[in-house]
Design a binder for this molecule. Sequence first.
Ligand code: URA
Length: 246
Amino acid sequence: MPSGPVQSTVPSGLAPPGAPQEPASALLPGNDALAEYAAATAACTRCRLSEGRTQVVFGAGDPHAELMFVGEAPGFHEDRQGVPFVGQAGKLLERLLEGIGLDRSRVYIANVLMCRPPGNRDPQPDEIEACEAHLFRKLELIEPTLVATLGNFATKLLSGKPHGITRVHGTPQDATIGGRRVTLFPLFHPAAALYTPRMLQTLEEDFARIPALPERGAPEPAQVIRLPLPPPDPAPGRPAEQLGLF
Ligand code: URA
């Protein structure tokens, strides 16, 4: 995965780079622009959720991962630890990853929202709107080729379509994110599957398809125009033929 330097832009309402209050998840060796962005967003006050949070939960994992998961929002444990998916849903996600020969260090995990909604309520539209630029910037900087959306909120946001997860889970979609083609793969949210055996079985089956999904991630292909081959060099000693222009 290319890792050239990428200028990090810091949207308004954020602390300048280097501001204090760095989250634990800002330790992202190998992707300076992502680490810089994590530092810049650590004091974000773009929405009301900043008032009740312990800390911003930026994301964690391989900063150049091919496979990125996007969940909903931090819960109690994530808010305390500053790392996504560390509670019961996270344990299930780790087990599912293990099933396909991966672990958290090989993928990147983030959420639609970076701050915990009170009482773990659903994200509200204005909160999603306030936070979506952060998620899109992460996607630009990490450049995954496959983005697995966990649950309705991530799926609707990244597909740009209103279709719910029950209808679209397990079906890969082509998407263009930040000018790059990626495969979007909607999955049930592990928290929903924890207490619903049939949903868990479906999640396991969908997850097992991840290794076989088509590779994307290349930029939109430029049009290839084939030019005629140049004429062969004249034989030694023979004058070159004049090419007729018309
Ligand atoms: N659920 C989520 O969507 N994200 C987390 O980080 C934890 C639970």
